[in-house]
Design a binder for this molecule. Structure first.
Ligand code: SF4
Length: 278
């Protein structure tokens, strides 16, 4: 089997940075907590657990120690609350997410109705919503939801960093009719865009695609959705042991990719295994 990899695989800049900050923190004394799993990858989370790093769901679960804010970011008032309670805060919010939070904050301060294209249950989007200090914020997933938004004088639109460019631009086209002044910021992360473009190119010259990453990882799921909607035969697995070689029999050319929380080594191991298949 011939196996193709895109140029970019492995952890993105934001994930690498968050992991580095947490691993450095281990050198200090004291318990370390992450608010939610640090990254959407069960193997990495298990490894962190073995190193004594505990994932909690809310602030009330801890009294002291270090609280790590993961790369998705959070509502800034939560950081304030933790500091008030004398909990040490290590903010690993990805700088690109901070940039989007600042855009949202500035739009709301200038009285724009803020529209976020993404999923309202995703922690990054929750953090963005909390950055709106004045006025209203809407979260829309698709054109149908965008259609239902009210017409306003000033509207500012941003995207969750993992959104697909096609969905974002279709929604923007739709919303442009709803605001007298309509400002759209393409806040999709460059790394996400490149991964999406990279795998679509490889899908054209192969018979199937395997997307590797956490089942709960938003950017991995976007890759799967994109590959499937391009018509590519797409398999979605989390780790090497999910690989079903029998299912892939007859495939001569296959492409692999992974989400931004998928370690490079996992993808390379799978590549090596598939390269041995006749
Ligand atoms: S995908 Fe982009 S925005 Fe998200 S953590 Fe990685 S670098 Fe940051």
């Amino acid at each position: 089997m011939q196996v193709f990899l895109p140029q970019e695989i492995g952890f993105c800049f934001g994930v690498k940075r968050a992991l580095k900050l947490v691993l450095n923190e281990i050198k200090r004394n004291g318990k370390i907590y992450t608010l939610g799993d640090l990254i959407h990858n069960s193997q990495v989370v298990e490894d962190l657990k073995r190193k004594g790093i505990e994932s909690i769901e809310n602030l009330s679960q801890i009294k002291k120690g270090t609280l790590v804010i993961r790369s998705h970011g959070v509502d800034l008032s939560l950081i304030e609350e933790a500091k008030k309670r004398e909990i040490r805060v290590l903010n690993a919010t990805c700088p690109h997410v901070v940039e989007v939070q600042n855009i949202v904050k500035s739009l709301s301060q200038k009285s724009y109705l803020v529209v976020i294209v993404g999923s309202n249950t995703h922690p990054e989007v929750k953090g963005l919503m909390a950055s709106v200090k004045n006025g209203k914020v809407y979260v829309v997933k698709n054109e149908g939801e965008a259609e239902k938004l009210p017409s306003v004088r000033k509207m500012g639109i941003v995207a969750q960093t993992t959104e697909s460019l096609d969905n974002f631009s279709n929604i923007v086209k739709n919303l442009i009719r709803k605001g007298k002044e309509c400002r759209a910021f393409n806040t999709i992360c460059r790394i996400i865009r490149e991964r999406q473009e990279g795998i679509l190119k490889l899908a054209e010259k192969t018979q199937a695609v395997i997307v590797i990453g956490g089942y709960n990882s938003s950017n991995t799921r976007q890759l799967v959705k994109l590959c499937r909607s391009s018509g590519a035969k797409t398999y979605f697995i989390e780790k090497e042991k999910d690989l079903d070689i029998e299912e892939l029999k007859g495939i001569k050319r296959i492409a692999l990719t992974g989400g931004t929380s998928t370690p490079r080594e996992t993808i390379e191991k799978i590549k090596n295994k598939l390269s041995l298949v006749n």
